[in-house]
Ligand binder design. Structure first.
Ligand code: ADP
Ligand code: MG
Length: 584
């Protein structure tokens, strides 16, 4: 084969592979262009998760008719002219490849008019081939329509996630930009349904409410720290509000959404000891520094940056966040009444040695400390032989210890039972067993309304059929409002809002597990909330019932999250510990 230069069309398609990964990346590039054009109003319309249509309409400065074709050429940009410009980029775009890339992998239309012209101009492009330029009447600003994304790149199309996931990415992306540019009015519509509508009045809390919910927006603490070379602004969650993953930590550097592990680490450190292990805050932080101190030309998607002085950024973010936290909540509070440390120390080794898994219910997220001190080593106190492979022996209750554990005697020694973990297991099996039939539902005396964000709506809508079979009665009551009319009888003591929220809370964005796994996971979460807590006094009757119910479980030895429900001290071990048996 002879060496030849790639055709422009092919080169654009290759470049598109880097810039345009999924529909949300198209939305991102178009939004950035509108923001660079100083638009004060941006309308985004999406059909079928962006696979059918992405349309962005802005009222920015527009493109003059004689330059419109040029805007679609690769490496054509109005934002850079000489290489020194590259060291101090203050626009979101600068690579001049987004429009060319997008146009090469879609059926593309751009129309624009600038304020010097009376007429606008429109171009159609089909898979990179230009078609029929036309003068049109239009308002000042730019409209881009991207139809049938990846129609000519089947490999890419195949890797798109299911619609709800892609939609969620778009919602999350637009919301982030709305938050970063509160003075711009954003309107997002997915399949004819308005999923975000900000006023552009500059109020970030309004956007926060749309992003999470009004309650969270109210609770978020404001960060506003100015240091000599850098400003840190934004919102962070109080310690009472946390998530089980890092995904709710959002960062902007000079108005650009960035993913940066070091920033996340700085924030996590600022929360150190204020949050439980494995919990993460919700943060939206805007780092502002002079453009020459940050290199944005690291990756085609421009979502990675390099800071000239990493340490200054790190300590500034940490100080700003810590300062805000301490100013608002001087007394550190744990956000969960349950402290797993006693049992979780066992669980890592326990699981390894016994091969116990969470029964296919999600993964353990590695929050259990891995070192085990000598005195707590399960090898010395947990005698694992003689432990029935499934089921537990008949137990005689002795009593409750420190309002968290039950002590019982079995045929072969002593058993310590974690009351919360045990109850979780019991509820879990009860619900799973009844899952195929209709679970008994109890109507609420007073229906409870719950207010959700649009992405939460998507998640809830997906799970409503499951919730129905579990005994929840939930109906839609306006675009983002639901009414809870009934609850599973087993869970009637639970706060209805909390119960419904656990279904959507912390749902991993890209999770596409089997429906069975989702169900088990949701049920496990609901059980966790419903189970008796450590610190709760149980009557003698309740303690007995708990033991009996646990004995009846199929997998009584672990809670649905894989932690042990009980620890066994065998007679043999006790005898040896007291020097009655074996060599000293
Ligand atoms: P870049 O943003 O990196 O310059 P793009 O391919 O995204 O590259 O856009 C090319 C050029 O087209 C931009 O530099 C800008 O001049 C013009 N342009 C694109 N979108 C818009 C818009 N919405 N409003 C005004 N001008 C635009
Ligand atoms: Mg651009």
């Amino acid at each position: 084969m002879r060496i030849q230069i790639l055709s422009d069309e092919l080169a654009s398609q290759i470049a598109a592979g880097e810039v345009v990964e999924r529909p949300a990346s198209v939305v991102k590039e178009l939004l950035e262009n509108s923001l660079d054009a100083n638009a004060s109003h941006i309308k985004i319309a999406i059909k079928t998760a962006g696979k059918e249509l992405i349309e962005v309409v802005d009222n920015g400065i527009g493109i003059s008719s004689d330059q419109l074709e040029l805007s679609l050429t690769r490496h054509a940009t109005s934002k850079l002219s000489k290489s020194e410009d590259l060291t101090m980029i203050s626009t979101l775009g600068f690579r001049g490849e987004a429009l060319a890339s997008i146009a090469s992998v879609s059926k593309f239309m751009i129309s624009s008019r600038d304020s010097d012209s009376d007429l606008g101009r429109r171009l159609l492009v089909d898979g990179g081939k230009l078609d029929s330029p036309q003068a049109i009447a239009a308002a000042v600003g730019t409209t881009v329509r991207v139809e049938e994304l990846f129609y000519n790149v089947p490999a890419r199309k195949k890797f798109l996630k299911k619609d709800t996931t892609e939609k969620r990415h778009i919602d999350a992306l637009v919301t982030r930009y709305a938050l970063a540019y509160p003075e711009v009015r954003f309107q997002l519509e997915q399949d004819g349904r308005a999923t975000l509508n900000t006023s552009g009045n500059g109020d970030r809390r309004e956007v926060l409410a749309a992003m999470y919910n009004p309650d969270i927006a109210r609770q978020m603490l404001e960060v506003n720290a100015e240091y000599p070379d850098i400003n840190i602004k934004g919102y962070i969650s109080p310690t009472s509000l946390s998530r089980s993953n890092r995904k709710a930590m959002t960062f902007f550097a000079n108005g650009r959404w960035v993913q940066d592990a070091a920033l996340a680490k700085a924030v996590t450190q600022a929360y150190h000891t204020l949050l439980m292990v494995g919990r993460y805050p919700i943060t939206i932080l805007f780092v502002e520094l002079s453009p020459e101190k940050v290199d944005v030309n690291v990756h085609p998607t421009k979502s990675e940056v390099r800071f000239e002085d990493q340490n200054v950024i790190f300590t500034s973010v940490q100080r700003a966040v810590r300062g805000a936290l301490l100013a608002y909540s001087p007394v550190p509070t744990m956000n969960t009444p349950i402290n797993w440390s006693t049992t979780s120390q066992f669980s890592s080794n326990w699981n390894k040695s016994k091969g116990i898994t969470a029964g296919g219910i999600g993964k353990r997220n590695g929050e259990a400390p891995s070192e085990i001190s000598a005195s707590e080593n399960p090898e010395t106190i947990v005698h694992r032989e003689g432990f029935p492979e499934s089921g537990v022996p008949l137990l005689r209750l002795i009593g409750q210890v420190s309002l968290a554990f039950l002590v019982a005697e079995g045929p072969d020694g002593l058993y310590l039972i974690d009351q919360h973990a045990a109850h979780e297991r019991i509820l879990f099996e009860r619900i799973m067993a009844q899952r195929d039939t209709q679970m008994p539902s109890q109507a609420l005396l007073e229906p409870v309304t719950i207010e959700l964000t649009s992405s939460e709506v998507e998640l809830l809508d997906e799970q409503i059929p499951l919730l129905e079979t579990l005994g929840f009665r939930i109906e839609s009551f306006g675009p983002t409002t639901y009414k809870i009319r009934g609850m599973p009888s087993t869970l009637i003591d639970l706060n209805p809002q909390t119960a419904v929220r656990v279904v959507i809370e912390d749902f991993e964005e890209d999770e596409t597990p089997l429906q069975d796994e989702i169900e088990a996971k949701i049920i496990a979460r609901v059980c966790k909330r419903a189970a008796v807590k450590a610190g709760q006094v149980l009557s003698n009757e309740e303690q007995k019932a708990l033991l009996q119910d646990l004995e009846a479980c199929q997998a009584p030895r672990t809670c649905p999250h894989g932690r042990p429900t009980m620890v066994h001290l065998s007679l043999d071990l006790l005898e040896r510990q007291f020097g009655r048996k074996g060599a000293r």
